[in-house]
Design a protein around this ligand. Structure first.
Ligand code: SF4
Length: 430
């Protein structure tokens, strides 16, 4: 989402006559986009400004945008007196106006307002983070208020983009040669636009599955989406995916814990049985879907028994990969007030144990790919091995293989010849 916000900001700055540079010594305006999901986010922002200010012009204008900016508010000015402007998460399109105020002589300005009615998300083709894969936000914000999460505070309540505008963006991307789009949002399954124009004639019990069908009908070669929320993940989503080959065979369904007690304390709004029901839609689908998840160990009050439940869940779900996190407090969230914290050493032991369990599952799943042919979107040169290209399969596996750089941007068939712990290696078939 932050990458998508940066693309949008750069587009509006260019429209106001700015040019981009990544050299601090050349910049008249220095803007940091910030993320509050990880630990010690504010400190990282101050450290980064410290490094940049050593190299920058003495008259440079400094600004901060994104989640940390939204959460810290004007107190940021006290802690970073050199800062000139602060733009909240919904103020991306008004950043040129904030800079104009500073240039007119104001010392400090901030904007934490909402997006304006009718605001569109126009991204210049050259400003996307990649040449062949594009992010399309479909929902911003979140209404779930999981007790450990800062997102509903930093990004506000859910707002869905109107469908016809999303479809227009997809069509523009197709004509600019994009091969893959990723529909993004904190919770894409709760997509519920005020205006469903564009979805007429597409079936599905939820607007999200109708949107999937409508996007698939544009003919874009590959569509992925993230992130899903278990309670809002219904069978109609898998039905739509089964119907359309260009809806890629990968589902990311964060579970966070395998214990009902912990899920309740996290206020996730589902039980382990509810989650398994969703998993059964995926496992009993017509196609094989790669399944990935997020999991937090050491949430306050998590007992050995709760953790055992989580291990059992991981063994039962057989994830293709798992993003594991040790719980760490986010100030201002309800969970930050919980006192029954799990000691750091215990979190580490649980983290390692689960990592071990998952690595065995992953090794077995990855070994099953050996000799198989995968359809790969070639995204660039491999940073790790010289002469190799890198890309993702439809099931979201990273795959490297030898090839000519002119193939970047193509979708090719690659035979898997070797398996690594987090990626595959292969050779070109056609
Ligand atoms: S659903 Fe996701 S983004 Fe929303 S509050 Fe829960 S963890 Fe945060």
């Amino acid at each position: 989402m932050n990458v998508a916000d940066s693309e949008r900001t750069v587009t509006s700055l260019r429209a106001s006559g700015y040019e981009m540079t990544d050299r601090a010594d050349q910049a008249d305006v220095i803007l940091l986009n910030t993320c509050s999901v990880r630990d010690r986010a504010e400190q990282k922002v101050f450290n980064r400004f410290g490094e940049i200010r050593r190299k920058s012009k003495s008259q440079a204008v400094y600004g901060v945008m994104g989640c940390v900016a939204q959460l810290e508010g004007d107190s940021f000015f006290d802690r970073a007196p050199y800062l000139n402007f602060i733009a909240g998460t919904r103020a991306t399109d008004r950043i040129p106006l904030l800079i104009r105020e500073i240039r007119r002589g104001r010392r400090r300005v901030s904007d934490y307002g909402e997006r304006e009615a009718g605001e569109r998300r126009d991204i210049l083709p050259g400003e996307r983070h990649a040449q062949h894969v594009a992010f399309i936000p479909i929902v911003e914000g979140c209404n779930k208020f999981c007790t450990y999460c800062i997102v509903p505070y930093s990004r506000g309540r859910e707002r869905s983009r109107v469908a016809w505008e999303i479809l227009e963006e997809v069509r523009a991307l197709i004509s600019n040669g994009y091969q893959e789009i990723q529909l993004i949002g904190q919770n894409v399954n709760s997509y519920r636009p005020k205006d469903e124009r564009g979805l007429e004639g597409f079936s599905g019990a939820t607007p999200f599955s109708r949107l999937l069908r409508a996007v698939a009908a544009t003919g874009i070669p590959r569509i992925k989406y993230t992130t899903s929320f278990p309670r809002d993940f219904h069978a109609d989503i898998i039905a739509a995916m089964d119907e359309h080959e260009n809806l890629c065979n990968w589902v990311h369904l964060p579970v966070q814990s395998g214990s009902d007690r912990v899920l309740r304390a996290m206020r996730r709004g589902y039980t382990v049985m509810d989650y398994f029901k969703r998993i059964s839609y995926i496992k009993h689908a017509r196609r094989r879907y790669a399944l990935t998840s997020d999991l937090i160990v050491g949430f306050p009050g998590e007992t050995d028994e709760d953790f055992e439940e989580t291990v059992k869940l991981v063994e039962r779900c057989q994830y293709d990969s798992l993003y594991l996190f040790k719980y760490s407090k986010r100030p201002r969230t309800p969970a930050a007030k919980l006192t029954d914290e799990v000691p750091e050493e215990k979190k580490t032991v649980r983290f390692r144990l689960l990592e071990e369990v998952q690595s065995k599952i992953q090794a077995r799943i990855f070994a099953g790919y050996l000799d198989r042919h995968l359809e790969v979107l070639v995204e660039g040169l491999s940073a790790k091995s010289k002469g190799d290209l890198t890309g993702h399969s439809t099931c979201n596996k990273v795959i490297n293989f030898p090839g000519d750089s002119r193939l970047v941007g193509s979708i090719l068939r690659v035979k898997v010849t070797a398996v690594k712990s987090h990626s595959l290696y292969g050779s070109l078939v056609s």
